[in-house]
Design a protein around this ligand. Structure first.
Ligand code: PLP
Length: 360
C-alpha cells in the first residue's frame, strides 16, 4: 500500500486494486494513443467497441458463462433490477422470494407491484443472522422463478449452497460475484451492481439465460427489457463507458490473481483471520451463525454501542476506515471484497487485538 492510502472497509462503493487505479491514471489523458480519455470517447467508436467486447469476453471467461446466457452491461444499480426482474420474468403471475436480509426484502416489496410474491423463507425473526437450509424453503409449484440474494451485505451472511428449485433461479450477487466459482448454467439470471466487487458505481452486470427473454410485461421500458438489451448488445443507448473500462482493467487484475479460484482462496484466508479472532475474542462477537457466515462482509459488535463507536474511531486513527455497520444492523462491518489485500485484514486483526487488550 502506498503511504497516503488507507485500508477501506466500505461496503460499496468499495476499495479497488491499487494497480488498477494506477493503470487508469496512466491512461487517463490519452488512452493508448487515441489522444483522448475513455471518458471522452463515443460509445460507437472502434476504440470503445474494443473495450466493451474485451470486458465482456473476459467476464465470460472468468465466470465460465455458457453460450446459453447473455451478459448485459446496464445502469440503474442493483435496485433497478428489483423491478426489472419481475417485469421481465414474472409474467404477471407469481414468484418465490427468499428473504434473508435488507436487499431481498426490498426486492420482494418491489416485485409485489407486478405479480404475486410468495415468501419462501424469512430470517427476520433472528435478525437475519442465518441462511435457511434447503428443507426450510417453501417452494410454490406455479412460481415463475425463485429469487435469492447470495450474500447479505448488511447482515454478513452468505448462502453456502445453491438452492434446488424447479423454477429458474434468480440471484443477486452484488456483493460476492467473482469471489468464487459458480455454475452459471444453474441460474436463469444472475445480477450484480458493480460497485462492491468489480468496478466503480454506475454499472450493473446482468447475466441472463436467453431462453427467458421476451416475456416482459407490455409497459416495460425499453432499457429495462432484457430482450431489447440482448438484441442491442446493451448498446441501445449510451452505456456507462467509464465503468465498463474500469471493469475491464479489474478483470485483468483478477485473472492475474488466479481468477475466481484465486479469489476464493483469498476470501477464505481473509475471513478465517477475522472469524478465528472473533470466536476467541472476549470483547467482540460475530453477528452471523457459523454455518451462514459471509466471507465478504464480516459483521461484529461488542454489545455496547458506545464501545463500538470508540473502536471505530480507534481503527480510523490507524488508517482502517469505514468499519461502521449499516444503520439497520448497528455494530461493525468489515467489508473484505476481492480487492482487499490480506495485509489490510491482518492490520484490522492486530487493531482489534490491541483494542481488546485495552478494554478487558
Ligand atoms: C448494495 C446492494 C444492492 C443495492 O445496490 P445499488 O446498486 O445501490 O442499487 C443490492 N443488493 C445487494 C446484495 C447489495 O449489496
Amino acid at each position: 500500500m502506498t503511504e497516503d492510502r488507507v485500508y477501506n472497509f466500505a461496503a460499496g462503493p468499495s476499495t479497488m486494486p491499487e494497480s488498477v487505479l494506477q493503470r487508469a491514471r496512466a491512461e487517463l489523458m490519452n488512452y493508448r494513443g487515441t489522444g483522448m480519455s475513455v471518458m471522452e470517447m463515443s460509445h460507437r467508436s472502434p476504440a470503445f467497441a474494443e473495450i466493451f467486447q474485451d470486458a465482456k469476453t473476459k467476464l465470460r471467461e472468468l465466470l465460465r458463462v455458457p453460450d446459453t446466457h447473455e451478459i448485459l452491461f446496464l445502469q440503474g444499480g442493483a435496485t433497478l433490477q428489483f423491478a426489472a426482474i419481475p417485469m421481465n420474468l414474472m409474467e404477471g403471475a407469481a414468484a418465490d422470494y427468499a428473504i434473508t436480509g435488507n436487499f431481498s426484502a426490498k426486492a420482494a416489496k418491489e416485485a409485489e407491484k407486478y405479480g404475486t410474491v410468495r415468501i419462501a423463507c424469512d430470517t427476520a425473526d433472528t435478525g437475519h443472522n442465518r441462511i435457511p437450509a434447503q428443507t426450510e424453503l417453501r417452494l410454490s409449484p406455479d412460481a415463475k422463478y425463485f429469487y435469492y440474494c447470495a450474500n447479505n451485505t448488511i447482515y454478513g451472511t452468505e448462502w453456502q449452497y445453491i438452492p434446488e428449485t424447479a423454477a429458474p433461479l434468480v440471484c443477486d450477487m452484488s456483493s460476492d460475484i467473482l469471489s468464487r466459482p459458480v455454475d452459471v448454467s444453474r441460474f436463469g439470471l444472475i445480477y450484480a451492481g458493480a460497485q462492491k466487487n468489480m468496478a466503480p458505481a454506475g454499472l450493473t452486470v446482468v447475466i441472463v439465460d436467453k431462453r427467458l427473454a421476451g416475456r416482459e410485461l407490455p409497459y416495460t421500458p425499453q432499457i429495462m427489457s432484457y430482450d431489447t438489451m440482448i438484441r442491442h448488445d446493451s448498446l441501445l443507448n449510451t452505456p456507462p463507458c467509464w465503468c465498463i473500462y474500469m471493469l475491464s482493467l479489474e478483470l485483468d487484475w483478477l485473472k492475474e490473481q488466479g481468477g475466481v479460484e484465486g479469489m476464493e482462496q483469498l476470501k477464505k484466508a481473509r475471513a478465517k483471520i477475522l472469524y478465528d479472532l472473533l470466536d476467541e475474542s472476549r470483547l467482540f462477537r460475530a453477528h452471523a451463525l457459523p454455518d451462514s457466515r459471509s466471507d465478504m462482509n464480516v459483521t461484529f459488535r461488542t454489545g455496547n454501542a458506545e464501545l463500538d463507536a470508540e473502536f471505530i474511531a480507534f481503527a480510523k486513527e490507524r488508517g482502517l476506515v469505514n468499519l461502521k455497520g449499516h444503520k439497520v444492523a448497528g455494530g461493525m462491518r468489515a467489508s473484505v471484497y476481492n480487492a482487499m489485500p490480506i495485509e489490510g485484514v491482518e492490520a484490522l486483526a492486530a487493531c482489534m487485538k490491541e483494542f481488546e487488550q485495552k478494554h478487558v
